[in-house]
Design a protein around this ligand. Structure first.
Ligand SMILES: Nc1ncnc2c1ncn2[C@@H]1O[C@H](COP(=O)(O)OP(=O)(O)OP(=O)(O)O)[C@@H](O)[C@H]1O
Ligand SMILES: N[C@@H](Cc1ccc(O)cc1)C(=O)O
Length: 552
């Protein structure tokens, strides 16, 4: 059977021994990138529902073609050697992230002008040269974005860099994520009014692990491998650089006047505190990173938020002077702002972290579910890969009289959560949302409650303390109500729920079957049953009653 060039074999019709299995790197030596192989698959996948794609996993690579297992079938596609692959035969790039794709994404024709795509999605602020527009169509670019490990997790503002890298990846280019193990020891003065506190080595290492994990999860592939993504750490080339080498190799080419004219320096010099020499050199470190990557890793584009312009142009300048070469480009995107004009960052309260250990997929989902109507279309354009026509359609629906409130937010929350946390994270978030909706008729299992226990007020009791206790007593001892009379009052009004079922009698006792899987139960007060309000600070309360000591 032939599906857009992919042959499908039932398991019984192929013998694994027939495959000459090579590693992913051998495929690249043969001249293909994994993305290029998967992009052809993209056309096939776009016919399938996202849920079925969750099972898609690229497994083995053969010299003559590419094999993947899909829904217990083996798909095979033969690829000619790279020199013989006409660009047009390479279809759309398919996101390698869990190989998932949402149904509203139209496949991006390979080599589509990435600069145009970013522009139409409001993801383009400036480019260092207009030539980038032609270079991105005619050649395979290697594009890097740097992330200093100054926190354990990246945040929503940093997601823009990942999204732009992903757009490059979808257009057939190679993304490189650079972790600033060295630069984080200095601290980027860009956009900062005060010098950053110094971080100790253990913190930096812990942060590096967290950030690497997030980038690999979002831009890597379903096997947990990094696939076409390259991840580097600039500490690797800075740790052995001696001061005299630095002054000779980099300092000699840097003009102090140009360095002083950078926005990040000018602003700081005007301030009372001024700027340390260490911070002043930051632009040279980032600038030389680009030189190093250009010369050693064939990286030819650096991207970053608009506050990175000075550091990025320091790099393109140094490449012209040190490497005496053209063909290195910089591109910046606007900073993501809330509707009140403030920046999404990590210093403010309630940062939107990308790591599930800092912010659960449920809370992440809820954040997007609750964004104001004024922001939702802008976010759909910037933060999702939905076709712009689909976004336009959603915007039209929002203006129409029959619009169901929050439908646009729901779509936004689904798309962004799937991109960042994968289908599993999205499923977890939806399940938790349902479970936490008082009055919802969701069958609860202890895993769902356990997953949300960190997101709602929760407490622990010994199993025997819970079994046979009066619900009214428990709702007070757990802190859900201040007094028994308050509990009884709401109960009479039909506003108290046990495991999402309304409680009718104030004599109700907790029975063994109420303790889900012998471990947990969920109490809710009030029927604030709008999903958006089931967010952080909901009135639901998970109570565990694990034997012999409970803990949630
Ligand atoms: N809101 C944002 N929109 C787009 N890019 C951002 C945003 N916030 C940060 N970035 C990008 O991520 C890089 C790293 O962010 P950085 O650690 O310097 O600051 P931050 O996380 O915003 O911290 P803070 O909250 O302390 O200002 C920035 O230089 C910028 O390019
Ligand atoms: N300066 C960037 C991080 C970065 C570090 C090194 C680079 O080469 C590039 C970017 C930031 O503040 O997040």
């Amino acid at each position: 059977m032939e599906h857009l060039g992919w042959n499908i074999f039932e398991p019984r019709t192929y013998r694994p021994s027939q495959l000459q299995v090579l590693s992913v790197s051998s495929l690249i030596i043969l001249g293909f990138s994994v993305d290029e192989v998967l992009c052809s698959l993209g056309r096939f996948c776009s016919m399938l529902k996202p849920s079925s794609m969750a099972t898609l996993a690229a497994r083995s690579v053969a010299s003559a073609g590419y094999f993947i297992h899909f829904n217990h079938k083996l798909l095979f596609k033969q690829f000619p050697r790279r020199s013989a692959v006409p660009i047009s035969s390479i279809g759309s790039i398919h996101s390698t992230h869990q190989n998932l794709k949402s149904s509203g994404e139209t496949p991006v024709p390979s080599r589509r002008n990435i600069v145009e795509i970013l522009k139409e999605r409001s993801l383009l602020e400036s480019v260092t040269s207009e030539e980038l527009k032609s270079a991105c169509v005619s050649s395979n670019l290697k594009v890097y974005c740097g992330f200093d490990p100054t926190a354990e997790s990246l945040h929503l503002g940093n997601l823009l860099g990942i999204i732009v890298l992903s757009w490059f990846q979808r257009c057939g280019h190679t993304p490189v994520a650079l972790i600033g193990g060295a630069t984080a020891r200095i601290g980027d003065p860009s956009g900062k009014s005060l010098e950053r506190p110094e971080l100790d080595v253990e913190t930096l290492e812990r942060n590096t692990v967290g950030i690497r994990e997030t980038i690999g999860r979002v831009l890597g592939n379903s096997n947990g491998e990094e696939g076409g993504l390259v991840v580097l750490n600039n500490y690797d080339w800075w740790k052995d650089m001696r001061l005299l080498d630095f002054l000779k190799r980099v300092g000699r080419y840097a003009r102090v006047g140009t360095m002083m004219a950078k926005e990040s320096v000018k602003k700081r010099l005007e301030s009372e505190q001024g700027m340390s020499y260490t911070e002043f050199t930051y632009q040279l470190l980032q600038g030389y990173d680009f030189v190093y990557l250009f010369e050693n890793e064939d990286v030819n584009v650096q991207i970053g938020g608009s506050d990175q312009w000075g550091n990025i142009t320091a790099g393109t300048d140094l490449i012209r002077r040190i490497s005496q070469a053209e063909g290195a480009y910089g591109l910046t995107f606007p900073l993501l702002l809330k509707s009140d004009g403030t920046k999404f960052g990590k210093s403010e309260d309630g940062a939107i972290w990308l790591s599930p250990s800092m912010l659960s997929p449920y809370k992440f989902y809820q954040y997007f579910f609750s964004v104001p109507d004024a922001d939702v279309v802008r976010f759909l354009k910037i933060l999702t890969f939905l076709d712009l026509e689909v976004v336009e359609e959603i915007a039209r629906e929002m203006r129409s009289p029959g619009y169901v409130p929050n439908s646009a937010q729901r779509r936004l929350a689904e798309e962004v959560t799937r991109f960042v946390h994968g289908q599993e994270g999205l499923d977890e978030a939806i399940k938790a949302t349902e479970a936490l909706r008082p009055g919802a008729e969701t069958a609860l299992d202890w895993r769902a409650i356990d997953a949300i226990a960190q997101d709602v007020p929760s407490c622990s009791f010994a199993y025997n303390e819970v079994l046979n206790s009066s619900l009214v007593d428990l709702s007070v001892s757990s802190g859900l109500f201040e007094t028994k009379s308050a509990a009884r009052r709401l109960l009479k009004q039909g506003g108290v729920y046990l495991n999402n079922s309304r409680v009718d009698s104030d004599g109700r006792k907790i029975e063994a079957q109420d303790i889900i899987d012998g471990k947990v139960l969920l109490l809710s007060a009030g029927k604030k049953n709008k999903i958006s309000q089931a967010a952080i600070g909901s009135t639901s309360l998970a109570i565990s009653s694990l034997l012999p000591e409970a803990s949630v």
